[in-house]
Design a protein around this ligand. Structure first.
Ligand SMILES: [Ca+2]
Ligand SMILES: [Ca+2]
Length: 336
């Protein structure tokens, strides 16, 4: 996003106001309507003066282009506006948390039917990967309905391994109720997750048999153009070097892989890093192999030398013994 904002500024702009403000009480960085800023890109962590509370992005400075600073709010500057488009179809809730469109359905069906019905809408069951998303789904779609809803979490493929639909990685965020999900025989029977179960505590999740029938919530991506993604359709796949400039409209993950020289999943990392790591590992392994070979060779030489010495000593001893015996026998014969 920061790269995008910098890219759209014309070269004549030195600084432009952005929606960032400094909290004088704790020196915190805040977005206008969203509170504490997660991503920070300040040129310097400290503001130059106590009155400098309005965030600006630097443009016409090669070294600091794209960095932010705080200035006096009375200083005339260029500015960048952001407009939130409602790109979700009619009847779908735009989720500011996930950048997706959500819709609850009233029909009570089993889990697999709920997924099929969502897919007919080019959607799938809603995936809840943060407490903010869980709050939004409950507060805007679930709480107060008195109904239970399917969502996109299950352990159908492998008992005890709950996963988000097609995502095979272990969920980072979960919000199971006490003693949920069930294990043992009951766990084997209960493989699908649901929201707002009758006996659930606040916003907690339960697992249950997938053949039970509940309402369901579908989730789909907004209607961005092919090379664009995100709720407001301002993220461009091309910036992240996606092949054919196509990416998942929700996650930004490149659908056709990366352009040469870049890595998955968003193709924003150059592959040269991997090459360097591979080369370093290969060199280290090569050196270790050479050292081992030298040690083995030295051991073989030592063993051969020891064997030769032993053989020589044995031969010498045998010869000496034979000579002594011959001399003694000859002396005895002479005496007789
Ligand atoms: Ca289970
Ligand atoms: Ca359960």
């Amino acid at each position: 996003m920061n790269t995008f904002v910098t890219a759209i500024l014309s070269s004549g702009v030195d600084y432009a106001y952005i929606g960032l403000s400094r909290n004088l009480t704790d020196d915190g960085n805040n977005w206008l309507d969203e509170g504490k800023a997660g991503f920070i890109n300040l040129k310097s962590p400290k503001a130059s003066s106590p009155r400098a509370t309005c965030g600006q992005i630097i443009n016409n400075n090669a070294k600091h282009r794209g960095k932010w600073l705080y200035g006096n709010c009375g200083t005339p500057r260029n500015y960048i506006c952001e407009k939130v488009f409602n790109l979700c179809p009619p009847g779908w809730l735009t989720s500011a948390t996930s950048g997706t469109c959500l819709k609850p359905y009233d029909a009570k069906v089993n889990y697999s039917t709920a997924r099929e019905r969502c897919r007919e809408q080019l959607a799938d069951l809603v995936v809840i990967t943060s407490s903010d998303m869980n709050d939004l789904v409950h507060e805007q779609l679930v709480t107060g309905t008195g109904e239970t809803f399917w969502f996109g979490l299950n352990d159908i493929d492998k008992e005890g391994h709950f996963r988000w639909l097609e995502d095979l990685s272990k969920p980072i965020y979960t919000n199971w109720d006490n003693d949920q999900p069930n294990t043992g025989d009951r766990g084997s029977f209960e493989d699908c997750a649901m929201l707002n179960y009758l006996h659930a505590t606040d916003k907690k999740w339960h697992d249950v048999s997938c053949s039970a029938k509940y309402k369901y919530i579908c989730e789909k991506s907004p209607n961005c153009a092919n090379s664009i993604y995100g709720m407001t359709c301002v993220y461009i796949c091309g910036i992240t070097n996606c092949m054919n400039k196509t990416c998942d409209r929700k996650s930004g993950i490149c659908r056709d892989g990366c352009e040469p020289g870049f890595r998955d999943p968003r193709c924003d990392k150059e592959i040269v890093v991997v090459v360097v790591v591979v080369v370093v590992v290969a060199v280290v392994v090569g050196v270790l192999v050479v050292v081992v070979l030298i040690v083995v060779l030295v051991l073989v030489v030592v063993v051969v030398v020891v064997v030769v010495v032993v053989v020589v000593v044995v031969v010498v001893v045998v010869v000496v013994v034979v000579v002594v015996v011959v001399v003694v026998v000859e002396a005895a014969v002479v005496k007789i």
